[in-house]
Design a protein around this ligand. Structure first.
Ligand code: UGA
Ligand code: MN
Length: 244
């Protein structure tokens, strides 16, 4: 099956660095299709040029987050992930689904290559641990007799699916047979996006544990420090135009 990675991304000083790390990983994964969705009113020059040279099968989409939703404490990238879902449904809607696995790959996380081997065998919805998240070294699904029976987490343990966006994959078939499943803004509390989405398409009992019964961390919720540009000149002082 093809792995479809949906990556929301937005313009900021570290964007190209993040996308470079991500492309360097994805380039080593067989049959991966990268769906990059810019949080912007139009496709940017930077991302267009970057993708053209990335050497990866890709689709470049864009949708701006409405201004009222760009506030601390509100979920991020809702519209962008939905745009990726809509593209997948449109592209595969007419025919019988080709084998595929969908995964939400934020642009700042760190992904091991082994993770892609694990997720490729997803039948419906698979799950695995995520490192450096929830105020702990890792969060993970608790597994008994091959079934998920609970969650090891330090944050909002009451979540129906106490898992980060980087902790699950969904088969294309499940995406197509649940055409209305989307990320929702209305009524979605912080940290509930994953649960709100997953409850539309699966149950905890049905989840397929990966990464040796969820005992291996293969993805890390790394976050890039805000870059210090305090010494940037007010006016352009460099003598040539630099491709940053
Ligand atoms: C956590 C989760 O890991 C995310 O999956 C979730 O979307 C996010 O919380 C949330 O609050 O909604 P965190 O590291 O705090 O992640 O979020 P970011 O990495 O800053 O953003 C998630 C993704 O959305 C990234 O790919 C980022 O490039 C993108 N993004 C962020 C936008 O497209 N627009 C923005 O304004 C901000
Ligand atoms: Mn992040």
């Amino acid at each position: 099956p093809t792995i479809y990675a949906i990556t929301p991304t937005y313009s900021r000083p570290v964007q190209k660095a993040e996308l470079t790390r991500l492309a360097n990983t994805f380039r080593q994964v067989a049959q991966l299709h990268w769906i990059l969705v810019e949080d912007a009113a139009a496709r940017s020059e930077l991302v267009s040029r970057f993708l053209a040279r990335a050497g990866l099968p890709s689709t470049h989409l864009h949708v701006p987050t409405p201004r009222r939703y760009k506030r601390p404490g509100l979920p991020r990238a809702t519209e962008q992930r939905n745009a990726g879902l809509a593209w997948l449904r449109q592209r595969h809607g007419h025919q019988r689904a080709q084998p595929g696995v969908l995964f939400f790959a934020d642009d700042d996380n760190t992904y091991s290559l082994e993770l892609f081997q694990e997720m490729r065998t997803t039948r419906k919805v698979s799950v695995w641990p995520v490192g450096l998240v929830g105020g702990r070294r890792y969060e993970r699904p608790l597994v008994e007799n091959g079934k998920v029976v609970g969650w090891y987490t330090g944050w909002r343990a009451d979540r129906p699916f106490a898992i980060d966006m980087a902790g699950f994959a969904v088969s294309l078939q499940v995406i197509l047979s649940n055409p209305k499943a989307v990320f929702k803004r209305r009524g979605s509390q912080p940290g509930m996006q994953e649960s709100d989405f997953l409850r539309q398409i699966t149950t905890v009992e049905e989840l397929e544990p990966k990464a040796n019964n969820c005992t291996k961390v293969l993805v890390w919720h790394t976050r890039t420090e805000k870059v210090n540009l305090a010494n940037e000149p007010k006016y352009h002082l460099d003598t040539v135009t630099i491709d940053v």
